[in-house]
Ligand binder design. Sequence first.
Ligand SMILES: O=C(O)CCC(=O)C(=O)O
Ligand SMILES: [Fe+2]
Length: 250
Amino acid sequence: MEPIFHNYQFTDRVRNQLDWDGHYMFPNLLTQTACQNLTQALVHIESLIPTAVSGHEPNRFAAEYNDYLESLISHPDLLKLARRALGEDIRYDHCVTLNRSANNQGIGWHSHEYSDDDSSLGFIRIFFYVNGFQVNDGGLKVVPGSHLYRDSKIRAKNDEDLEANWMTGNSHPMTGEELKIETLSAPTGTVILMWTHAAHGVTSRKPDSDTRWTVVYAYRNPGRQSRARWISPAYERKTIPGAESLMGLH
Ligand SMILES: O=C(O)CCC(=O)C(=O)O
Ligand SMILES: [Fe+2]
C-alpha cells in the first residue's frame, strides 16, 4: 500500500507530550496523494448526506460508504500510529467525517467516554485535518491535562463557561499548574492524536472560508462497551483485508 504519512518520529518526547497534554499534533504528516484521495472521499461523503438514511448516516459510518476511507482502517501507517499510542491490542471504533463548510457553527466544549474508571484501557482519536484550519476558523481548542481527569461529562457552551465552571479548582494533575485553554492552528495535511477524555471544542468556520475537510479514525483497547462505536452489524462481519482482528467489540 502507498504510504499516507511522511516520515515522522514517535519519540519518548512525543509520547510524554501526548500523555501530559492529551493531544499531539503532527503538522504536514499526510502526503499530497493522501490529501487528494481524502478530499475526493470527503466530497463523496458530502454528496451522500442529502439522501441519508437516519441511523446509518454517511458522515457517521463514513468508511461503510467509501472504499478509500474503508481501506485506511487497516492501513499500515495508521495502525502503526494507533499502536504507538495504545499498544498492540487495538480495535477500530469509528470513522466519522467532520467537514465544516462556511458558517459552520463548530462545536462547544466536550469530552468523550471510554473506560472512565480504568485508565489502563485507552481510546484515541486520530484526526486528519486534510486542508488544516486556523484559530477562529474551524479551529480545534484543547485544555492540556484535562484528559487526566477521565471525566466524560465535560460540557461548556463557550470558553468563559468552561473557565468559570469545569476549569475552576482543577489543575494539571501532573504539573499542578493552572489549566489553560489552547487554541491550535494546523497547516495542510495535519494529523492530531487525542485521548478521548480531553476537553475539546471547535470554533465556527468563517463565512468566506472554504470547507474544512476532516475525518477522524478512532481506535481503542478492547475491554469495554464504547458509546461512539459506529459500526453497523453487517459491516462488522465484512471481511476487510488486514482488519480481521480490529472490527469486534472485544
Ligand atoms: O471537528 C473537529 O475538529 C472535532 C470533532 C470532535 O469533537 C470529535 O470528533 O470528537
Ligand atoms: Fe469530540
